[in-house]
Design a protein around this ligand. Structure first.
Ligand code: SF4
Ligand code: SF4
Length: 288
């Protein structure tokens, strides 16, 4: 099995465009959309026969007003300032509660209980070239790293069950914990960047992170004609650091049209320049 993760420094650099194209060029693919805060692959891949599963992200404190004596101990001790007195009632804010359980342990009248937060979900569905696993983190919830690990675990299981060979991971943007969860143990990482100063800076940060792992990195410059000078700088930086520049994709209206029509660009316009470049990138990354 080969696991290929696609990353970018920030959202909107073309990561999902590339991922959707990779996902629709061959069959027997499992796509793991690990951008759990903003999953979007389902919009292009249209999975069917959905299976939905709840995910417990943590716990939230619940208060029983009928037994609370309003002693204020929990208000004083909550380090997350999640408990306050509002209109004479002790009130717990779900968004601020970290689920540390301290209040439920110290309340002298056992008025606080902890309940699981299970509004986040992960899903599995069939799409035209294989299977898609993705997830939705409930707004305000943390623990996206754990949800990413669940999505990846499920994707691997599907590969084993079907005797397929390739997982494509649409990773979250940035360099945080969910990104680490997305690339740990993968075989290859494709970093999509744009020729801007901030794009170049983000690329260097991601490469610093990747260097901590034994992973083959590839770089793709998206909208490479946006700034020829910075594109050139990125090329020569890749050369001098021994990083494979898998391709440079110029801006193409077909990408926008494909998006509007909920198709990958290689499906929408298979003979366009951008599609041919993406196919050659896939050849390089997949066959190396
Ligand atoms: S510690 Fe218990 S009794 Fe005291 S205010 Fe908090 S919930 Fe009410
Ligand atoms: S569980 Fe922890 S964070 Fe949540 S209200 Fe209680 S003390 Fe505060």
């Amino acid at each position: 099995m080969t696991e290929i993760a696609i990353l970018s420094g920030k959202g909107g650099t073309g990561k999902s465009t590339l991922c959707a194209s990779f996902a629709t060029m061959e069959h027997d693919i499992v796509v793991a959309d690990c951008d759990v805060d903003a999953a979007d692959m389902y919009l292009v891949l249209f999975p069917e026969d959905y299976v939905e599963n709840n995910f417990i992200t943590g716990y939230k404190a619940r208060l029983d007003q009928t037994t609370c004596t309003k002693c204020g101990l929990c208000i004083d001790k909550c380090r997350f300032r999640a408990i306050s007195m509002i209109d004479g009632d002790v009130t717990i804010s779900d968004t601020s509660c970290d689920g540390c359980k301290l209040c439920s342990r110290i309340c002298p009248t056992q008025s606080i209980t902890m309940i699981p937060s299970d509004k986040s979900c992960w899903y599995v569905g069939n799409y035209r070239n294989g299977k898609l696993v993705h997830a939705r983190l409930d707004p305000g919830e943390e623990n996206s790293g754990k949800l990413v690990s669940i999505v990846r675990e499920k994707a691997r299981k599907l590969i084993d069950e079907n005797n397929w060979k390739c997982v494509i991971i649409d990773g979250p943007p940035g360099v945080g914990c969910p990104v680490i969860a997305s690339i740990t143990g993968v075989d290859k990482v494709v970093v999509v960047t744009e020729p801007t100063n901030s794009g170049f800076h983000d690329l260097k940060r991601i490469m610093e992170l990747i260097n901590n792992y034994r992973i083959n990195p590839y770089v793709v410059i998206n909208k490479s004609d946006l700034n020829i000078e910075i594109s050139r700088e990125i090329r020569s930086w890749c050369d001098s650091n021994g990083i494979c520049l898998a391709g440079a994709i110029p801006f193409d209206e077909q990408v926008v049209q494909a998006m509007i029509n909920c198709r990958s660009v290689v499906e929408w316009s298979p003979e366009s320049e951008v599609s041919l470049i993406i196919k050659s990138i896939w050849e390089k990354v997949n066959k190396d």
